[in-house]
Design a protein around this ligand. Sequence first.
Ligand code: MG
Length: 183
Amino acid sequence: MAKAKEKAKKTGKKSGLATDLELRIGFGWDSHAFKAGIPLLIGSVKLPYDKGLGGHSDGDVLLHAITDALLGAIAGPDIGTLFPPSDPQWKGADSVVFLKEALKRVTAAGYAVENLDSTLILNAPKIGPHAATIRARVAGLLAISGNCVGLKAKTPEGLNNDNAAVAHVVVLLRKRSAKPRSR
Ligand code: MG
């Protein structure tokens, strides 16, 4: 057993996750259709709008993409596998629960979130006036500083999907035992 461990250390080969990596990148993507008469939650911030994003949970497209980016970075199961829409317990669920589970798995794998960047694609409402609030909320949830959360918003020019919101997210993790680079 000890020999196998020593060999694994030398070759960097371990069963499951290659935890010898200092950095790991993750990518997440999600989309939801707008629906009248429900609250609009983006990055766990309620935005004033007459439509919200439909879905089995609270439809928070940004938190779903972040959750999948975190899970992808540690080569984990995706959000749909962990929280299947077919399971009634996730009906109307607060997406913060999904994000926290992903973060717990990241921590258990020995990693911490370094920074995150995101792009939202939606026709309305305008994200600009709320971007600082969303960035601060996401940063708080991930326990990183606000300047480590990027958020851009674009309109779906030529995509013909004015009734949907799309989120793209990349996240960078650093092994917790690795010394952070001086900034
Ligand atoms: Mg989703």
